[in-house]
Design a binder for this molecule. Structure first.
Ligand code: ACM
Ligand code: ZN
Length: 517
């Protein structure tokens, strides 16, 4: 049978029994005849006292809304949804149906949210029928393989308004991602309001123009100013929006490199103290933070505000691509080295990150950084994000540090997803959806103890060549959908995945979400 025909047949059969859920549940059995209904109502919540608090009421109201809004009411009987406490792992859930009711069991809000999400995916495929059908003996047991299931977004190279960020969170939550890594600062724009240092946004969030695609040398700009930042109020709203969707928002404040926008606002931060413009080209830049107590105090002040806004346990501090030529020629940096017996600039970078690590740790949080933070010695409590392949992740796991895998080969969604001559301009690379789907997160070379440090993986979306949010969607959908199933640990059959994906493409169209056709 040819591939297209088999996908078509599979689509028909899967939609009949409602198995279009992505990520695919660990176990799904449908038996018995179908029951028909037109409306659903959550009639019972878990009885445990900790679920009865005021903050939970907000979440239950949200869950009710999710079901009612996503599943239009039809003629016919109402089926009751019972949310019941079950002794299941965090984020796991089960669904069992009978003639009169659907029971979703979980031990945490996350589990209930995912149960409701899966049920709503199962029913949404029946939107156009006169009533809903579900088999009376349906049994689903489901739990993720990885605890860190992330998607990243760079809002420095291009700025996307708050509404776009909320849509991005909708995209993530639909596919049971639980971390949004928000890359808020870089050379081309500082995008988070910091009350103590207003110039970071007054100056650092604006650039004169953007280099026309790939016109590095000779430089040619487009003459169009770019600006934008999120107020602390915007950010709090986004964090709350994400929270009821079981997504933790992890801020990234880049240091000590990718710092041009900050240096443009506060020239005392760099070694040369020159007044610089916010960068208008892409790449890596020499004017990184000068390593001294004033810079560190500035970073601590910023991080105080950041931790006040973001409740996440992890705070991303960047650490990648630090050009060290300024440090090598700076008296202040030399002084920091000699005072602290640091042999070279790698050790100076490690010193800087260790200071930040201690500060964040003293606030009961932990830093996460790109794999360059291994160079010169890894800070005591740091998590490592492995992006230059898997080497950094392997090394960090061997050193008993937690790791998130984001290798460029499989997790960079700024790479081409099809032939270069038909795809819109991208940064480079070639990462097809099939390649993403077949990604094996845990490096084989690790032994069983070391493997436990691999907490999960993340798709990265750097936006140099994504000037608007529609383009962000085009680059992420459907590759992030494939990654969601890898993270869930049920990515066993690519053809079966493609069949289920058809229904999801219809959903993207209905939502007005752009995607690669
Ligand atoms: C990175 O892509 N520079 C982390
Ligand atoms: Zn310096």
């Amino acid at each position: 049978m040819n591939k297209v025909l088999s996908i078509l047949l599979f689509t028909i059969t899967t939609s009949v029994i409602g198995q279009s859920i992505i990520p695919k549940p660990r176990l799904l059995k449908a038996s018995g005849k179908n029951i028909e209904f037109g409306k659903i109502e959550i009639t019972s919540l878990p009885k445990k006292a900790s679920f009865q608090t005021e903050s939970f009421q907000i979440k239950w109201d949200f869950l009710r809304g999710e079901l009612i809004d996503k599943i239009p009411q039809k003629e016919g009987k109402t089926i009751n949804i019972i949310l019941a406490l079950g002794y299941l792992p965090t984020e796991a859930y089960s669904i069992q149906t009978s003639q009169k009711q659907i029971v979703i069991s979980a031990s945490s809000y996350a589990g209930f949210y995912y149960g409701v999400s899966s049920l709503s995916q199962l029913l949404e495929a029946q939107k156009n029928k006169s009533c809903y059908e579900i088999s009376e003996g349906l049994q689903i047991y489901d739990a993720p393989e990885f605890s860190y299931r992330g998607m990243h977004l760079d809002v420095s190279r291009h700025f996307f308004p708050t509404d776009s960020i909320l849509t991005y969170i909708d995209m993530l939550s639909r596919y049971k991602f639980n971390r949004f890594h928000w890359h808020l600062t870089d050379d081309q724009g500082w995008r988070i309001e910091i009350k103590k240092y207003p110039l970071l946004t007054q100056i650092g969030s604006k650039r004169r123009e953007t280099m026309l695609a790939k016109n590095f040398n000779p430089y040619k700009g487009d003459g169009k100013p770019v600006s934008g930042f999120y107020t602390q109020e915007d950010i709090r709203k986004i964090i709350e929006y994400a929270k009821v969707r079981n997504i933790e928002v992890i801020p990234e404040i880049e240091m000590p490199g990718h710092a041009t926008a900050a240096v443009a606002a506060y020239p005392f931060l760099s070694c040369k103290k020159d007044t610089l413009p916010v960068a208008t080209t892409w790449g890596v830049f020499e004017d990184v933070y000068c390593v001294n107590d004033n810079t560190l105090q500035f970073m601590f002040d910023i991080l105080e505000e950041v931790m006040d806004i973001f409740p996440s346990r992890l705070i991303h501090i960047g650490g990648d691509e630090v050009i060290k030529t300024r440090w090598d020629n700076c008296d202040i940096c030399r002084n920091t080295k000699s005072k602290n017996q640091l042999k070279n600039s790698n050790e100076l970078q490690s010193y800087f990150i260790q200071k930040i690590d201690s500060f964040i740790h003293s606030h009961n949080r932990a830093i996460i950084g790109w794999d360059e933070i291994l160079e010169g010695g890894l800070a005591e409590n740091a998590w490592v994000m492995s992006w230059r392949g898997t080497k950094g992740g392997i090394e960090a796991a061997k050193q008993k540090h937690n790791v998130v895998m984001t290798p460029g080969t499989h997790c960079y969604f700024d790479h081409y997803q099809g032939p270069v001559d038909i795809e819109p301009l991208a940064i480079g690379g070639y990462t097809t959806i099939e390649k993403v789907y077949n990604y094996k997160i845990i490096p084989e070379v690790l032994n069983s103890t070391q493997k436990q440090f691999i907490q999960g993986a993340q798709g990265n979306v750097w936006t140099e060549y994504m000037p608007n949010f529609s383009h962000v969607q085009y680059m992420t959908l459907p590759r992030m959908v494939a990654l969601s199933e890898v993270l869930w640990g049920t990515n066993v059959d690519y053809i079966d995945f493609l069949a289920r994906l058809e229904h999801h493409k219809t959903y993207f169209k209905q939502q007005g979400w752009n995607y690669k056709k």
